[in-house]
Design a protein around this ligand. Sequence first.
Ligand code: EPZ
Length: 423
Amino acid sequence: MDVLRIRGGRRLTGEWTVHTAKNAVLPIMAAAVLTAEKTFLEDCPFLSDVGYMADILRTLGCRVARSGRTLEIDPQGMSGYEMPDGLAKKIRSSIFLLGPILTRFHKATVTFPGGCEIGLRPIDLHLSGLRQLGVEIREEGGVIHCDGRHMCAGSVHFDYPSVGATENVMMAAVLLKGRTVLTNVAREPEIVDLQQFLNRMGAKVRGAGSHTIVVEGVSKLHGVSYRPMPDRIVAGTMLAAAAITGGTVRLERVPLEDMHAVCSKLREMGCVLTHQGEGVTLHAPEKLRAFAQLQTQPHPGFPTDMQAQLLALATLASGTSVLVENVFENRYGHAGDLNRMGADVLINGRTAVVRGVKELYGAQVTARDLRGGAALALAALRANGETVIEQAQLIDRGYEDLEGALASLGAEIRRETTNSEYT
Ligand code: EPZ
C-alpha cells in the first residue's frame, strides 16, 4: 500500500503542463485493435489504468510496448476474443473493448465487470446498443456471450448518454457496411478525440460532441501515430489545488474549450482565471466563496469527475455550498474522511450540504476511489499539520505522479510505500 504524507499551509505557485487524458487514452487503446497494423500513442501517460489496459491487450495476443512516453500497440497477433476476467475487473471501462473485439472476430465473451466504489457500473446500455446493431447476446452465469456474425449498420438510440456505451458502439460500427446513426449519445470531449483518432485510421465518423453521431462504414482501417487530448480532469484538479492554497498557478496544455463548467465554478468561488493560448493562470482569493449549488451532469454540464475536488474546496469556503451528484449513485466516499479533517459535510442520498469551516486539521485518511483520493490531497494542502492518505495508489489510476506535480508547485508532499499486511 502507498501513503502520501502532506504538510499543509504552502501556497502553490509556478507552472505545470497537463498530461494526456486517461479517459481519451483508454478508448483509443481499445480502438487500436480495429486494425492489424501498428498504432503509436504519443505522450501516453504513466497511469495504472493504462497499464491494466495494456495487460488486457497483451492477454488478447497484442504486443504492447513502451518507448519513453510513446506506447506502441501491435494487434497483428491478436487471437483472443475472451476478455480476461481478473484484469477486466480491475478497470470496468475495459468493457468498451467489446465493440472492437466483435468487429475483429464477430464474437466476444466477457463477464459482468461488477460494481466499484462509486456505483454498480451496469453495462445494460452497452449491451442494448450492440443488440441494436444485430449482435446476439446470451448471458449465462455471469458470462456474456456475444455473437456478431449478423451485425449490420442501422440506428442505435441510447436511453441515457453513457460515455462508454457511446464509445463501444462507435467502434462496433466503423467497419459495418452502410450508415449507422447513433442518437442521444454522450458528448464528452474524449468522444470527440476518439472520433478524430478513428478518422485518422481511415474511418468516417462525424457528429461527436453533438447529440447524434453518424458512422459511414469503411472496409479497412490502418495504423496511425496519434497524441490524445490533454486531461481536463487533471487540469481541473491542479487548478483546484491552486485555489484551495490561495496560490497563483499557470497550467500549459489545457483543453479550455472543454472546461467551461469547472472554470465557471472556480470563478464563482472568487478565483481569477486568465487565458493565454493553450494555457490558463489561476489566481486564488485569500478566502474562497461558497457556490450556491453544483449539479453534476453529462458534458457539457459539470463533470462528475470533478465533484470530489470542488467539494473539498467548499469545506473551507465562506458560506454553505450544496452539491448534487446526478451521475453516479455512490460518489461521496471522500466526505467521511474530510469530516475527520474538521470539515462539516452532510450527505443525504445524492445531495451534499457543505458548511464552510475556518480551518481543517491534518489526519490519517483513506483514498476510496481515484477522484476522492485526489480531493483528500487537496484538503491536506490547506490543513494545519500533516495528513496521511492511505491507499494512495488508487490516485495513480488517473494522475501521473500527483505528488511530483504538487511538489513542483511548492507543496510539502511525499510518498511512502509500505507492504502493510492489510493492503
Ligand atoms: C466514463 O465512465 C469515465 N471513464 C468516468 O471516469 C466518468 O466518470 C464517466 O464516463 C462519466 O463522465 C472512462 O472514460 C474510462 P457512463 P463510464 O457510462 O463510461 C450509468 C474517472 O474518474 N450506466 O457515462 O462508465 C452508470 O452507472 C472515471 O476517470 C448505466 O446505467 O460512464 C452511471 O451512473 C470514473 N448503464 C452513468 O450511467 C450502462 O450500461 C454514467 O456512466 C452504462 C452506464
